[in-house]
Write a protein that binds this ligand. Structure first.
Ligand SMILES: NC(=O)c1ccc[n+]([C@@H]2O[C@H](COP(=O)([O-])OP(=O)(O)OC[C@H]3O[C@@H](n4cnc5c(N)ncnc54)[C@H](O)[C@@H]3O)[C@@H](O)[C@H]2O)c1
Length: 350
C-alpha cells in the first residue's frame, strides 16, 4: 500500500519509533524529544508530532481570572452577641460590631444589658471609631440595631433572628461572643456544680442555640450552588487549646467551643455556611480588668507571649472580620489563635 507523502512504511515507522523509545525512553513520547531526530524518520503526513510550533496568542486557551475577593461588607447583615461593654470600654463584641460596621455591614448588637448594646450602636452611628481625631472617620455603615436578649434562652435566640430578618431581610454573619469565666476550682475543689452547669450553658449551649436558628435563615439567602450563604465565627480562647488554667470550667467550655466549631463546619459546609473559631490570648478587655488588675498582673500577662505586646479587643475583632468576610470564603473549620504567639512556643522563658 502506497503512502504518497511518506518514504517509509508504517511497519518501518513502528520499528524506528520503538528504537527511539529504547534509546530515549523518557523523551520518545514527549515534546522535549530532540528535534534533530525527527525529520528523516517520520512521515510528513503522520499525526505523530510532539514538538508543536508555539500557538499564536489568539489560539491560546483563554484563562478567566476568578473574581477578586473583597473585604467590603456592604449588603451584609451581621448579628454579634455580647456586643455591649461598660461605658466607652472596648470588649471583643463591641470592637467586632464597630469593625464590621465600618466595612459596611448592617450590625445587630445583642446584649442582655440593653443600654450597653445601645451604647455600641451610638458609637457606630456617631462614628467615634478612631481615638485619633486626625484620622478621618470611615463611611457610615448601613445601619445598626440594639437588641436586649439573653442568649442562654432559646426563645430569645429565635427573637434575635426574627427581629434581624424583619429589620434587614437577611442574616449573613453571626459572631458568637458571649462567654464568662464561670466558677473557679478544679474537679476536686469546685464547690458550685450548678455554677458549672450554668457556665456550660452560657459558654457552649448559647452558641449552639444561636447557630440552630441562624443557619436556616442563612441557607435561605439562596444564590447559585457555589455561593457561600453565611459565615459564623465562635469566640473560643487559648485556654480551650492548652491546659494550665487554674480553674476547670473555662478551659473545658472553651475547648468545647473549639471542637463544636469544627463539627458545625462539617455539618453545614454543604449548605454553604462557613464556621470558624477565633481563640484570643490574654487581651486587655473589661472582662479581664473589671474585677481589678494590678499593674504587675498586667505586665505579667503582656510578657506571656512571643511578641511581648499587650493585645486588645481590636486584635480579636480584626481576626473575626477577616473570617466573617468573603476574603475567607475558602476557610471553614479553622481555629485562629490571636495571642501574640503564646501558644506557638513550648517555653516563653527566652
Ligand atoms: N478578654 C480576654 O482576654 C479574652 C480572652 C479569650 C477569650 N475571650 C472571650 O471573648 C469573649 C468576650 O469577652 P469580653 O471580655 O470582650 O466581653 P465581656 O465579658 O465584657 O462581655 C461582653 C458582653 O456580653 C454580655 N453578656 C454576657 N452574658 C450574656 C448573655 N447570656 N446574653 C447576652 N449578652 C450577654 C455582657 O452584658 C457584656 O456586655 C468571651 O467569650 C471570652 O471568653 C476573652
Amino acid at each position: 500500500m502506497a503512502f504518497p507523502t511518506s518514504r517509509i512504511s508504517p511497519f518501518q515507522l513502528l520499528r524506528k519509533r520503538l528504537l527511539i523509545s529504547k534509546l530515549l525512553p523518557s523523551q520518545a513520547t514527549c515534546s522535549l524529544r530532540p528535534a534533530f531526530l525527527l525529520p528523516d524518520i517520520l512521515p510528513r503526513t503522520t499525526s505523530f508530532t510532539t514538538t508543536p510550533f508555539p500557538k499564536s496568542q489568539d489560539q491560546q486557551p483563554q484563562y478567566t481570572l476568578p473574581p477578586r475577593p473583597r473585604r467590603d461588607l456592604h449588603g451584609k447583615v451581621a448579628i454579634i452577641t455580647g456586643a455591649g461593654a461598660p461605658s466607652s470600654d472596648l470588649g471583643n463584641g463591641r470592637a467586632t460590631a464597630l469593625l464590621l460596621a465600618s466595612d459596611g455591614a448592617s450590625v445587630v448588637c445583642v446584649d442582655k444589658n440593653l443600654s450597653l448594646a445601645q451604647h455600641t450602636v451610638s458609637m457606630i452611628s456617631s462614628q467615634t471609631l478612631s481615638s485619633n481625631p486626625s484620622v478621618p472617620p470611615p463611611p457610615p455603615p448601613a445601619a445598626a440595631l440594639a437588641i436586649e436578649a439573653d442568649v442562654t434562652r432559646e426563645e430569645d435566640c429565635i427573637r434575635i433572628v426574627g427581629d434581624t430578618i424583619n429589620r434587614f431581610g437577611r442574616v449573613d454573619i453571626l459572631v458568637n461572643v458571649v462567654g464568662i469565666m464561670g466558677p473557679s476550682g478544679t474537679a476536686v475543689s469546685l464547690e458550685d456544680v450548678e455554677g458549672w452547669d450554668w457556665g456550660m450553658r452560657v459558654n457552649v449551649t448559647s452558641m449552639m442555640l444561636m447557630v440552630r436558628h441562624v443557619v436556616p435563615a442563612m441557607v435561605r439567602n439562596g444564590g447559585d450552588g457555589d455561593k457561600i450563604k453565611g459565615s459564623i465565627v465562635n469566640i473560643g480562647s487559648v485556654a480551650g487549646l492548652r491546659g494550665g488554667s487554674p480553674s476547670l470550667l473555662y478551659p473545658a467550655s472553651k475547648g468545647a467551643v473549639v471542637n463544636m466549631t469544627r463539627a458545625m463546619a462539617a455539618h453545614h459546609g454543604k449548605e454553604g455556611v462557613r464556621v470558624n473559631c477565633v481563640c484570643p490570648g490574654m487581651l486587655y478587655t473589661p472582662m479581664m480588668y473589671a474585677a481589678g488588675m494590678t499593674d504587675e498582673m498586667r505586665e505579667a500577662r503582656r510578657k506571656r507571649s512571643l511578641l511581648q505586646t499587650e493585645g486588645n479587643a481590636w486584635d480579636c475583632a480584626s481576626a473575626v472580620r477577616f473570617l466573617a468576610g468573603d476574603e475567607a470564603r475558602w476557610i471553614t473549620g479553622a481555629v485562629l489563635t490571636v495571642d501574640a504567639g503564646a501558644t506557638a512556643a513550648v517555653s516563653l522563658s527566652s
